[in-house]
Design a protein around this ligand. Sequence first.
Ligand code: UDP
Length: 145
Amino acid sequence: MAIERTLSIIKPDGVEKGIIGKVIARFEEKGLKPVAIRLAQLSKAEAEGFYAVHKARPFFADLVKFMTSGPVVLMVLEGEGAVAKNREIMGATDPAKAAPGTIRKDFATNIEKNTVHGSDSPENAKIEVSYFFPEVQIHAYEWKK
Ligand code: UDP
Protein backbone atom coordinates (compact mmCIF):
# COMPACT_ATOMS: atom_id res chain seq x y z
CA MET A 1 0.00 0.00 0.00
CA ALA A 2 1.16 3.52 -0.73
CA ILE A 3 2.37 5.99 1.88
CA GLU A 4 -0.28 8.69 2.14
CA ARG A 5 -0.88 11.85 4.12
CA THR A 6 -4.21 12.78 5.65
CA LEU A 7 -5.54 15.74 7.60
CA SER A 8 -6.61 15.06 11.16
CA ILE A 9 -8.28 17.54 13.50
CA ILE A 10 -8.87 17.11 17.22
CA LYS A 11 -12.08 19.14 17.53
CA PRO A 12 -12.84 21.58 20.39
CA ASP A 13 -14.61 18.88 22.46
CA GLY A 14 -11.47 16.70 22.40
CA VAL A 15 -9.23 19.61 23.39
CA GLU A 16 -11.64 20.58 26.22
CA LYS A 17 -11.75 17.01 27.52
CA GLY A 18 -7.96 16.98 27.85
CA ILE A 19 -7.46 13.99 25.59
CA ILE A 20 -5.07 15.45 22.99
CA GLY A 21 -2.35 13.05 24.13
CA LYS A 22 -4.64 10.03 24.19
CA VAL A 23 -5.88 10.71 20.66
CA ILE A 24 -2.39 11.21 19.25
CA ALA A 25 -1.19 8.04 21.05
CA ARG A 26 -3.81 6.00 19.18
CA PHE A 27 -2.51 7.26 15.86
CA GLU A 28 1.13 6.59 16.79
CA GLU A 29 0.33 3.12 18.14
CA LYS A 30 -1.47 2.20 14.91
CA GLY A 31 1.19 3.39 12.48
CA LEU A 32 0.07 6.94 11.69
CA LYS A 33 2.96 9.33 12.16
CA PRO A 34 2.23 12.99 12.96
CA VAL A 35 4.39 14.97 10.51
CA ALA A 36 2.81 18.37 11.27
CA ILE A 37 0.96 19.56 14.39
CA ARG A 38 -0.49 22.98 15.28
CA LEU A 39 -2.95 24.25 17.88
CA ALA A 40 -5.27 26.77 16.22
CA GLN A 41 -8.34 28.86 16.87
CA LEU A 42 -10.30 28.68 13.61
CA SER A 43 -12.04 31.82 12.40
CA LYS A 44 -15.63 31.60 11.14
CA ALA A 45 -14.36 32.08 7.57
CA GLU A 46 -11.76 29.31 7.94
CA ALA A 47 -14.30 26.84 9.33
CA GLU A 48 -16.87 27.75 6.66
CA GLY A 49 -14.26 27.30 3.95
CA PHE A 50 -13.07 23.99 5.35
CA TYR A 51 -16.60 22.56 5.53
CA ALA A 52 -17.82 24.24 2.31
CA VAL A 53 -19.07 20.88 0.92
CA HIS A 54 -21.60 20.80 3.78
CA LYS A 55 -22.85 24.36 3.18
CA ALA A 56 -26.36 23.25 2.20
CA ARG A 57 -26.74 20.76 5.08
CA PRO A 58 -29.02 21.65 8.00
CA PHE A 59 -26.20 21.18 10.52
CA PHE A 60 -23.77 23.57 8.77
CA ALA A 61 -24.27 26.70 10.94
CA ASP A 62 -24.08 24.73 14.19
CA LEU A 63 -21.02 22.84 12.96
CA VAL A 64 -19.19 26.10 12.17
CA LYS A 65 -20.17 27.49 15.59
CA PHE A 66 -18.86 24.34 17.29
CA MET A 67 -15.61 24.23 15.31
CA THR A 68 -14.87 27.86 16.27
CA SER A 69 -15.93 27.46 19.93
CA GLY A 70 -12.36 26.80 21.09
CA PRO A 71 -8.96 25.72 19.88
CA VAL A 72 -8.45 22.66 17.71
CA VAL A 73 -5.36 20.55 17.00
CA LEU A 74 -4.54 20.42 13.30
CA MET A 75 -2.35 17.51 12.23
CA VAL A 76 -0.98 15.84 9.16
CA LEU A 77 -0.71 12.08 9.65
CA GLU A 78 1.49 9.98 7.39
CA GLY A 79 1.51 6.24 6.88
CA GLU A 80 0.50 3.32 4.66
CA GLY A 81 -3.07 3.87 3.52
CA ALA A 82 -3.27 6.75 6.00
CA VAL A 83 -6.62 8.10 4.78
CA ALA A 84 -8.58 4.86 5.28
CA LYS A 85 -6.60 3.86 8.35
CA ASN A 86 -7.39 7.17 10.06
CA ARG A 87 -11.10 6.75 9.29
CA GLU A 88 -10.97 3.27 10.83
CA ILE A 89 -9.26 4.53 13.99
CA MET A 90 -11.80 7.40 14.26
CA GLY A 91 -14.95 5.29 13.86
CA ALA A 92 -18.35 6.24 12.44
CA THR A 93 -19.51 9.88 12.43
CA ASP A 94 -22.21 9.09 15.02
CA PRO A 95 -20.50 7.73 18.15
CA ALA A 96 -23.61 5.63 18.87
CA LYS A 97 -22.81 3.73 15.65
CA ALA A 98 -19.02 3.70 16.03
CA ALA A 99 -17.23 0.38 16.52
CA PRO A 100 -15.75 -0.51 19.93
CA GLY A 101 -12.19 0.71 20.41
CA THR A 102 -12.54 3.67 18.05
CA ILE A 103 -11.83 7.25 19.14
CA ARG A 104 -15.42 8.38 18.56
CA LYS A 105 -16.89 5.41 20.44
CA ASP A 106 -14.60 6.03 23.40
CA PHE A 107 -14.53 9.83 23.57
CA ALA A 108 -17.19 11.57 21.42
CA THR A 109 -20.18 13.36 22.95
CA ASN A 110 -22.61 13.13 19.99
CA ILE A 111 -22.82 13.18 16.19
CA GLU A 112 -21.66 16.83 16.13
CA LYS A 113 -19.15 16.90 18.96
CA ASN A 114 -17.39 13.80 17.71
CA THR A 115 -13.81 14.60 18.75
CA VAL A 116 -11.96 14.11 15.48
CA HIS A 117 -12.02 14.96 11.80
CA GLY A 118 -10.27 12.90 9.14
CA SER A 119 -10.10 13.40 5.38
CA ASP A 120 -12.45 11.02 3.56
CA SER A 121 -10.46 10.39 0.36
CA PRO A 122 -6.88 10.77 -0.88
CA GLU A 123 -8.03 13.62 -3.16
CA ASN A 124 -9.69 15.51 -0.31
CA ALA A 125 -6.71 14.78 1.94
CA LYS A 126 -4.44 16.72 -0.44
CA ILE A 127 -6.85 19.66 -0.49
CA GLU A 128 -7.37 19.62 3.30
CA VAL A 129 -3.65 19.28 4.15
CA SER A 130 -2.81 22.25 1.94
CA TYR A 131 -5.73 24.24 3.43
CA PHE A 132 -3.89 24.37 6.75
CA PHE A 133 -0.24 23.47 6.13
CA PRO A 134 2.29 24.83 3.66
CA GLU A 135 4.75 22.09 2.63
CA VAL A 136 7.56 23.71 4.68
CA GLN A 137 5.61 22.99 7.90
CA ILE A 138 5.45 19.24 7.20
CA HIS A 139 8.48 17.33 8.49
CA ALA A 140 9.33 13.75 7.53
CA TYR A 141 11.26 11.58 10.02
CA GLU A 142 11.91 7.90 10.66
CA TRP A 143 10.45 5.97 13.59
CA LYS A 144 12.86 3.92 15.68
CA LYS A 145 10.29 2.28 17.95
N1 UDP B 1 -22.27 16.53 11.60
C1 UDP B 1 -23.31 17.00 12.38
N2 UDP B 1 -24.55 16.44 12.22
C2 UDP B 1 -24.80 15.46 11.31
C3 UDP B 1 -23.74 14.99 10.52
C4 UDP B 1 -22.48 15.55 10.70
O1 UDP B 1 -23.13 17.89 13.21
O2 UDP B 1 -25.95 14.99 11.22
C5 UDP B 1 -20.92 17.13 11.77
C6 UDP B 1 -19.96 16.19 12.51
O3 UDP B 1 -19.12 16.97 13.36
C7 UDP B 1 -19.21 15.57 11.36
C8 UDP B 1 -19.10 16.74 10.39
O4 UDP B 1 -20.35 17.40 10.50
O5 UDP B 1 -17.97 15.04 11.76
C9 UDP B 1 -18.85 16.38 8.94
O6 UDP B 1 -19.81 15.43 8.55
P1 UDP B 1 -19.41 14.16 7.66
O7 UDP B 1 -20.69 13.53 7.21
O8 UDP B 1 -18.43 14.58 6.62
O9 UDP B 1 -18.74 13.16 8.73
P2 UDP B 1 -17.24 12.72 9.00
O10 UDP B 1 -16.53 12.62 7.67
O11 UDP B 1 -16.63 13.76 9.90
O12 UDP B 1 -17.36 11.39 9.69
